[in-house]
Design a protein around this ligand. Structure first.
Ligand code: NAD
Length: 452
């Protein structure tokens, strides 16, 4: 714990020295990070395979490639993002000019989960560094090989007074870190721990970004391209074996097309992973026995249309499609976070909207339809973090759109410019000329109201 205090003190002094503020410092730090990522690419892929049996292609795309994109995009745009932005001023205060400045907040704390244990701490770090901050990174202890590689990559790229890693059991380490004052905390993880983070941030009134979870529905309308919908849903669900915060959690299928959709989903699983996904090198495993046991419990809550095979010793759960879900089943109340996909029929759009809105605000919503008006109805009537039409997951990769939740699925947003803004203090300053001093605002007011 003494180490935490030392890091905190040295980062505070480093930040206060102004060293992190210049464009050149920020760019050079991001370039060093990119170099370190390149140098450790193999170690990162090995660690992700050890923790989650992620295939190298999937691991590269979701945990490294995205980071290169984020760094390149930031390097290309940072000068412009940092530029003070002139804006108009009210005529009432003529002659005035106004400017919006984006300033570093100071010391940031970035806490990550185990499911994308590399990308989900390094991605916000790019925003924190781009915005001119110092950072302490706390990766998840539940992906221990990746936790070690995060520390290595960071140590190679940054001086500890700029960015440092603190590792260990979250329930012990995070309260010890947050006993110190931070200027921003960025947390990705579960709703109950997110609530604790907010409580720990309260004494210092530290602003917090929470990237949380929840149930993200897919809706398949009768006018969708059913085969493509099935493929993209299964792809999004099986990525990291469903252990993805934005994975399709359940499917609402127009009952007219549900049998066809189910057939195509089964075909998609075999097309991707063969008849026995346990033998596919591309299909990941469940992180630990605790999660395996929780997920296995859902299998009895409906009819297994496809899949259902498990192997505890291997932490393997086959991609599983469940139908005829029992009333009150936990699988429809809790975030699934694994490769089990309930499919539920609906009669019309209004009923689908009602089912979705009877649950808390989802992190993502996926709408499959060729009908623009139907898609718009869901966009307008459902509050959700973000999502896709005729696809799953890919909105996460677009640096031009914000990523974040709403209500219980989170607060704040990031990616691209949105990350830079999230980690900046946005400061407005109005400057008034002295060559004219309009007297109307000064007392005595008399009957000036008439003039106004
Ligand atoms: P978690 O909340 O258990 O852990 C997240 C982090 O918090 C870890 O670093 C952990 O060490 C720390 N932590 C654990 N207990 C703590 C405590 N008592 N006090 C302080 N810190 C503590 O989450 P997880 O199980 O690692 O991740 C799964 C959850 O994360 C799912 O709900 C998923 O939806 C969500 N998630 C969200 C996003 C997103 O971008 N919105 C992305 C990935 C995962």
């Amino acid at each position: 714990m003494a180490a935490i205090q030392d890091i905190h003190q040295s980062q505070r002094a480093f930040f206060d020295s102004g060293a992190t503020r210049s464009l050149s410092f920020r760019k050079s730090a991001l370039k060093k990070l990119k170099k370190s990522l390149k140098r450790h690419e193999k170690d990162i892929l090995t660690a992700l395979h050890a923790d989650l049996r992620k295939a190298p292609v999937e691991a590269f795309a979701s945990e490294i490639g995205l980071l290169y994109d984020e760094i390149d995009h930031t390097l290309n745009n940072l000068r412009q993002w940092m530029r003070p932005q002139p804006v108009s001023s009210p005529l009432m205060h003529y002659p005035s000019s106004s400017t919006v400045y984006r300033e570093p907040k100071g010391l940031t704390l970035l806490i990550g989960p185990w499911n994308y244990p590399f990308q989900l701490v390094v991605n916000p770090l790019i925003g924190a560094v781009a915005a001119g901050n110092c950072a302490i990174v706390k990766p998840s202890e539940l992906a221990p090989a990746t936790e070690a590689v995060v520390a290595k990559v960071i140590e190679d790229a940054f001086a500890p007074e700029h960015v440092a890693t603190v590792t260990g059991d979250g329930a012990t380490v995070v309260p010890a870190i947050m006993a110190h004052r931070f200027d921003h905390v960025f947390f990705t993880g579960s709703i109950p721990v997110g609530r604790k983070i907010l409580e720990m941030a309260a004494p210092h009134l530290t602003p917090v970004t929470l990237e949380l979870g929840g149930k993200s529905p897919c809706v398949v309308d009768a006018r969708a391209d059913i085969k493509t919908a099935a493929k993209r849903i299964v792809w999004g669900k099986c990525w990291n074996a469903g252990q993805t915060c934005i994975a399709p959690d359940y499917v609402l299928a127009d009952k007219k097309i549900m049998p066809e959709l189910l057939e195509h989903m089964r075909d998609a699983v075999t097309q991707f992973y063969g008849d026995d996904p346990a033998k596919s090198g591309d299909y990941p495993r469940i992180i630990n026995e605790r999660q395996f046991d929780r997920l296995s419990g859902y299998l009895g809550e409906g009819n297994v249309f496809y899949g259902g095979q498990t192997n505890r010793a291997d932490k393997y759960i086959a991609p599983t499609i469940l139908t005829d879900i029992q009333p009150g089943a936990k699988v429809m109340q809790e975030e699934i976070f694994g490769p089990i996909l309930p499919v539920i029929p609906y009669n019309d759009t209004a009923e689908a909207v009602k089912i979705i809105t009877s649950n808390p605000y989802p992190l993502s919503l996926y709408i499959f339809t060729k009908n623009a008006r139907t898609a718009q109805t869901f966009i307008d009537k459902v509050a959700f973090g973000g999502g896709c039409i005729n696809n799953t997951l890919v909105h996460f990769t677009n640096l031009e759109i914000p990523f974040g939740g709403i209500g219980p699925s989170g607060m704040g947003r990031y990616h691209g410019r949105f990350s830079f803004d999230e980690f900046s203090h946005i400061k407005g300053v109005m400057k008034t000329g002295t060559w004219l001093d309009v007297p109307v605002k000064y007392p005595p007011f008399g009957n000036k109201l008439k003039v106004l």
